[in-house]
Design a protein around this ligand. Structure first.
Ligand SMILES: NS(=O)(=O)c1c(F)c(F)c(S(=O)(=O)CCO)c(N[C@H]2CCCc3ccccc32)c1F
Ligand SMILES: [Zn+2]
Length: 263
């Protein structure tokens, strides 16, 4: 597809020139504001299956120039939605080492240092994510806000290999681990709304679940994530740091944010 970035002449305000959905409705991320929340007692706790991967399995850790991503087996899935949503990959959005503020979703205007997305596709209806990603019931993404605090051992299970994917299109195999440990303790408290991919092509195909509770990573872990990877290829003379890879909050367009908990 056409090149896009998070700043400059190919930045988010220009995406809609080549990716029309980016200028459309039902876009993500959003600012989750307490005044627009609607409690929904029918929102079931998120139930996931087979997230506890065996270390004998391997996952592909990659730098795709827009994010650091970890491939996930489709044996992992969300079982609490009307149809099965199987895992495809997880990736991150973060700020920079000088400005540790880079989450995509914000809560009452508060932006967190980083955010993790676990991307799933509707495997009951579609054979793979490519066929699912432009369908209104195609994707379900779990969003986890990330705060600076305690060291996160699960996060380190792949962070310790990040020097091997410093440059765009570099990838390597890492031992799998329990992906459940990357999620917050409470999977019953979350925000829910209909939105989109937060990168081009911005298809409005995502059922968003943003957990109420952030996870923590240590300042050093954040620094490693924010200062190790580049969006440029290894052989390019000008190295472009990969940082600030977050889209700004989008218009609500009469959407309601459902919430599974009461204050
Ligand atoms: N924030 S977000 O909307 O969740 C989100 C990203 F921000 C993001 F950068 C990616 S990407 O890393 O693939 C780079 C550009 O698409 C994705 N990819 C998804 C959707 C697109 C197709 C595809 C194919 C296989 C696996 C994952 C995906 C993404 F869904
Ligand atoms: Zn994302």
């Amino acid at each position: 597809g056409v090149k896009w970035t998070y700043s400059g002449p190919e930045g988010e305000h220009h995406w809609s020139k080549h990716y029309p959905f980016c200028g459309g409705a039902f876009q993500s991320p959003i600012d989750i504001q307490r005044d627009f929340l609607q409690y929904d007692p029918n929102l079931l706790p998120i139930e996931i299956q087979n997230y506890n991967l065996s270390s004998s399995e391997q996952l592909t850790l990659g730098n795709n120039g827009h994010s650091v991503q970890l491939s996930l087996p489709s044996s992992m899935y969300i079982s609490s939605l009307p149809q099965r949503y199987s895992a495809a990959q997880l990736h991150f959005h973060w700020g920079s080492s000088t400005l540790p503020s880079g989450s995509e979703h914000t809560i009452n205007g508060k932006q967190y240092p980083a955010e993790m997305h676990v991307v799933h596709f509707n495997s009951d209806k579609y054979p793979n994510i490519s066929m699912a990603m432009d369908k209104s019931d195609g994707l379900a993404v779990l969003g986890v806000l990330m705060e600076l605090g305690e060291f996160n051992p699960a996060f380190d299970q792949f962070l310790k290999y990040i020097n091997g994917i410093k440059y765009r299109d570099q990838k390597l195999q890492v031992p799998a681990f329990n992906i459940r440990e990357l999620l917050p303790s409470r999977l019953d408290e979350y925000y829910r709304y209909d939105g989109s991919l937060t990168t081009p092509p911005c298809y409005p195909s995502v059922l968003w679940t943003v957990f109420r509770r952030p996870i923590t990573i240590s300042p050093k872990q954040f620094q490693t994530l924010a200062s190790t990877v580049y969006s440029s290829h290894a052989q390019e003379s000008a190295s472009v740091p990969l940082a600030g890879n977050y889209r700004k909050p989008q218009q609500m367009d009469n959407r309601v944010v459902l919430v599974s908990f009461q204050e």
